[in-house]
Design a binder for this molecule. Structure first.
Ligand SMILES: NC(=O)C1=CN([C@@H]2O[C@H](COP(=O)(O)OP(=O)(O)OC[C@H]3O[C@@H](n4cnc5c(N)ncnc54)[C@H](O)[C@@H]3O)[C@@H](O)[C@H]2O)C=CC1
Ligand SMILES: O=C(O)C(=O)Cc1ccc(O)cc1
Length: 372
């Protein structure tokens, strides 16, 4: 094997396959080959397996263990065992299938959709170490280059955790979406409720619409792909039934049972400090939502990514006596940083329009939109 290993990606044309191809080429400087039924002119999976030093599986959850097992079954002898990796949202079955091959094994689970950014910086990456010896140094460099917040656990522990972090959370959100979808006008479509929103409902709506807009196969397979899920969903159903029964009873005893089982017990299980931190996080999001709801705003991006670029924009506002009410950065679908600047109703429209024009003419900002 050469000093710079060749990476093979099974599932090269998929969302993570494409992101990882770019990551390995551009951030690690490695040659990447791959296969995918969506790339019929490319090499076969066995060709990729035999040419790659590092083989990564990024295929649909429901097919992953089978695809790995098929490639493991007729694996030719190699002097140095290759490294096999996967990024599947479940870990027990894929890691077990890789362990059955004469290879070194590392299971990964990025806890985010493939980002617009070139690394997983700011995201969590679950790492399930299977069997590492020759490849230990390389996997250390890989994890460093990914820049994620790594957490380590065993595959079975991972699946128990994901039955809660993913399957249970998604089930609750999809059940909420399903109940709302059953209603009729004027209570439906669900968006008809948004003018009456609370911050909690607005965040719930963001979660419902996120899941319903994403790859449906993933959300199906997260429910159906792990044996850890069904018992957790039973507990959700029992608890929801119990709550509905208490509310139907409606007497003081039912209220007392609600307070004990649905408020006090979870409150003490969460613990004082985590409750405080979580609640403070919610407050920050609620403030953000309130700022974003302010319709008077200027959205812009800074063409020059240099220190002082934002300061020059703010200096123009200062010179012309324009106060801003909020400023938030986000990313466009292409990954460019955008700033959204909110103005109070007291600020003069003409002055804001003139500032917007000046910033563009001076090349200090590209104005994406101006709403007054
Ligand atoms: N998209 C996401 O938000 C996340 C995905 N993942 C994991 O990444 C993996 C891939 O997911 P995505 O890229 O989102 O799915 P995707 O559906 O975009 O891509 C899967 C690719 O695998 C290909 N494929 C199917 N059968 C194949 C076979 N026999 N050989 C080679 N390629 C085959 C498909 O043609 C497709 O291009 C899954 O295991 C998923 O759990 C993990 C975290 C987040
Ligand atoms: O986009 C989001 O918010 C997600 O939660 C995406 C996602 C989907 C599947 C995973 O296993 C991990 C993350």
């Amino acid at each position: 094997m050469s000093a710079a290993p060749t990476v093979g990606i099974v599932g090269l044309a998929g969302a993570y396959g494409r992101w990882l191809e770019r990551f390995f080429r551009e951030r690690m400087g490695l040659a990447v080959i791959g296969c995918d039924p969506a790339l019929p002119d490319g090499p076969s999976a066995r060709e990729v397996r035999d040419r790659a030093d590092v083989l990564l599986f990024a295929v649909p959850i429901r097919h992953t263990a089978r695809i790995i097992a098929e490639l493991a079954a007729d694996m030719p002898e190699r002097g140095v065992p290759p490294l096999w990796l996967d990024v599947t949202s479940i870990k027990q079955a894929p890691v077990a299938a890789m362990q059955a091959a004469p290879v070194e094994v590392l299971g990964l689970h990025p806890m985010a959709a493939p980002p617009k950014s070139p690394t997983l910086k700011g995201r969590v990456l679950v790492v399930c170490e299977g069997r590492l010896d020759h490849w230990r140094g390389f996997t250390g460099r890989l994890l460093d280059a990914l820049e994620a917040q790594c957490v380590h656990c065993a595959p079975t522990e991972h699946d128990q955790i994901m039955a809660r972090v993913q399957a249970l959370a998604h089930a609750a959100i999809l059940s909420l979406a399903g109940v709302l979808a059953e209603d009729e006008a004027p209570l439906s479509p669900p968006a008809a409720l948004l003018p009456y929103r609370t911050p909690i409902f607005e965040l719930a709506n963001a979660m419902m619409t996120r899941i319903l807009s994403s790859n449906p196969q993933i959300y199906e397979d997260i429910q159906f792909g792990s044996q850890a899920v069904a018992p957790i969903l039973d507990r959700l159903a029992v608890r929801t039934r119990a709550l509905a029964d208490l509310v139907a009873d409606g007497d003081e005893a039912a209220r007392e049972a609600f307070r004990t089982r649905f408020l006090d017990a979870p409150r003490s299980a969460f613990g004082g400090a985590p409750l405080g931190e979580g609640n403070a996080g919610f407050e920050r999001l609620a403030w953000l939502l309130a700022d974003l709801a302010e319709p008077r705003c200027l959205a812009l991006h800074l063409p020059e990514d240099r220190p002082g670029a934002l300061r020059a924009v703010l200096a123009d506002f200062e010179q012309h006596g324009i106060s801003i009410e909020s400023i938030h950065s986000s990313r466009s679908p292409e990954g460019d940083v955008q700033f959204r600047i909110g103005f109070s109703r007291q600020q003069d429209d003409t002055a804001i329009r003139a500032a917007s024009a000046r910033l563009e003419t001076a090349g200090l900002a590209c104005v994406i939109s101006l709403q007054l």
